[in-house]
Design a protein around this ligand. Structure first.
Ligand code: ZN
Ligand code: ZN
Length: 251
């Protein structure tokens, strides 16, 4: 379901960060202690902070146990920040999900990755061309939106997660998605009450696609969210990217 109001105003969007990792994610810096993250979020004027630690197949992480721990710690903190305890869940293949449905539904914020192709557990398409990956991504999202699992899509269509492709091939995976396909999947996500993250690293890295994503998303009327994929306290603040985000979106 939608957790945040619909807006196409970047000045509003930079007051949220829906993609952040605590030390429960192995890739986060040791400074990413939950309480310190909330203090940092307050300091940089965030109104909403979503915690989205990784939750991948066979990762040895108990997502539900960590959720309960953070909920308990949150109850002891007095903060004006709206804190959502969620996870970066995995749709690791077409109709394949790493967590049971009940765990997904217990979380405040179920943000789904459909594109962690760098992980050994991830399903790959038979056709390993850029178009093959584009089709596979669309199939995963289509199957996901036939369920009510997802509140948000984390780093949608991000080729950053395809280390086996060079830069040209990564860009080609985005160009391989037609406007018709992109519009259709954005509309289906909206009907499934799922928001689409403007993932600042991807949005800035692939501006041609980002323009299409933003334009078609607005046309369709989707809910956008904003996330920096913060693994450090400094990266919790999206405001340094504000001007560039606006330039790319043409707003
Ligand atoms: Zn990710
Ligand atoms: Zn992440």
């Amino acid at each position: 379901m939608f957790l945040l109001e619909k807006t196409y105003d970047f000045d509003e969007l930079v007051r949220q960060n829906v993609h952040t990792h605590t030390v429960f994610s192995k890739c986060a810096k040791p400074e990413m202690v939950f309480e310190d993250m909330i203090a940092a979020a307050e300091a940089c004027g965030l109104e909403t902070l979503a915690i989205t630690d990784h939750s991948d197949l066979n990762d040895g992480i108990d997502t539900y146990a960590n959720f309960l721990i953070l909920k308990e710690r949150l109850a002891r903190i007095d903060t004006p920040v709206h804190v959502l305890i969620g996870a970066e869940l995995s749709a690791y293949g077409v109709g394949k999900y790493a967590e049971p449905y009940e765990v997904d539904k217990a979380l405040d914020f179920a943000s789904y990755s459909h594109i962690h192709y760098h992980l050994p557990s991830w399903e790959h398409p038979e056709d390993r061309s850029p178009r093959g990956y584009a089709e596979h991504e669309l199939q995963i999202l289509n199957a996901l939106f036939d369920t009510d699992r997802s509140d948000n899509i984390a780093h949608p269509f991000s080729p950053c997660k395809m280390p086996f492709f060079n830069e040209e091939e990564k860009t080609a995976t985005l160009a391989a998605i037609t406007d018709g396909e992109l519009g259709d999947i954005l509309a289906k996500g909206e009907r499934a009450q799922c928001s689409w993250e403007i993932h600042t690293p991807t949005f800035l890295c692939f501006p041609d696609f980002s323009k299409r994503f933003w334009r078609l998303g607005k046309e369709v009327g989707v809910h956008f969210t904003l996330g920096t994929d913060a693994h450090t306290l400094a990266a919790l603040d999206p405001r340094p990217y504000l001007q560039r985000l606006k330039e790319i979106a043409g707003t």
